[in-house]
Design a protein around this ligand. Sequence first.
Ligand code: ASP
Ligand code: MG
Length: 402
Amino acid sequence: MLVVKKFGGTSVADKERIFNVAKRCAEDYKSGNDVVVVLSAMGKTTDHLIEMAKDINPNASKREMDMLLATGEQTSVALMAMAFGAMGIPAISLNAFQVVMHTTKKYGNARFKRIDSERIHNELDDRKIVIITGFQGINKYDDITTLGRGGSDTTAVALAAALHADACEIYTDVDGIYTADPRIVPKAKKLEEITYDEMLELATLGAKVLHNRSVEMAKKYGVQLVVRSSLNETEGTVVKEEVEGMESMLVSGVAVDKNAARIAVIGLQNQPGIAFKIFNLLAKKNINVDVILQSIGRDDKKDISFTISRDDVEEAVALLEQNKARLTAERIESDATVAKVSVVGAGMQSNPGVAAAMFEALFNAGINIRMIATSEIRITVLLDEVDADYAMRAVHDKFIPE
Ligand code: ASP
Ligand code: MG
């Protein structure tokens, strides 16, 4: 059996944890499996590297940022190989160049295009444990790229797909996927399994356990994932395709995103093409828009509001202000004190009334809803950030049985 095992930063934060990971992998190896280990940078290394960069040059180029950030993962794979060496187990560390993991050219947010698997297979055939840097790739200029924060999960899934691995295990500092963040909702429970689509919604909504592109890729290539703790033997959560007849929970998770902001473009002419112009401007600057609300026109005027990430507020407002005349807007408003609370569940597709039940829970909690958006398996409400935690608990109580 070929197993890909990915360990996050907390799992390799110090010497003791590095040896803990090495021991777990050694058990697998000794039972006869081929073992590929993917690692993140140790502890908060990536954050520290970013701070160092900002201190030298707050506008450092993305290319140089990637050059810097990729060193974090290179440190952990080398140290891990040394730990195996100390235990007398043959192992080798490889970076993105040595594998070769090819990505698109975009620094800071590259995507995998292709992974050469020959070198890895050769090393495995020599009965070595192969330890690979997460989060990084090589672009067509032979430059180092990174995949975006949290991208090591995506490296693990991409490798599992390229190597046709029999298992892909994501080890982290929590026991699996929970129905909500247990720090906000103490009653939250660990799920035994969850579908790719549900996980994708939760990951995108800010449940930070998995990088959302890793889930996208797992779904696309049919890689079944297990998310579990590196610190104990608890079973974890399986992320997989929805099985016909599988009793899907009505709601499998409640998520919150506190990095949301609302922009309102007010007093627009009620004519065709306005929405296109607004969202095209934002799209060209790579600003992701989420919940969108257009008011019913009045006196030939209408308003369009939408949510974006707080990191993009300044840029979006400046852009809209510059184009105010062309958009026929009277004014632009922004509010960065909002949050999004969402319920996700594959069972929603065939069960009406989930939205009503969610709104009832919020009403009973005295919480005002500012905007609403839905997908087939998700309902999202925008509310004031100060209400977010309370709303999470109210909604969770409503849907998740004790
Ligand atoms: N080290 C990178 C980060 O902190 C990638 C990862 O951890 O997955 O974002
Ligand atoms: Mg992570």
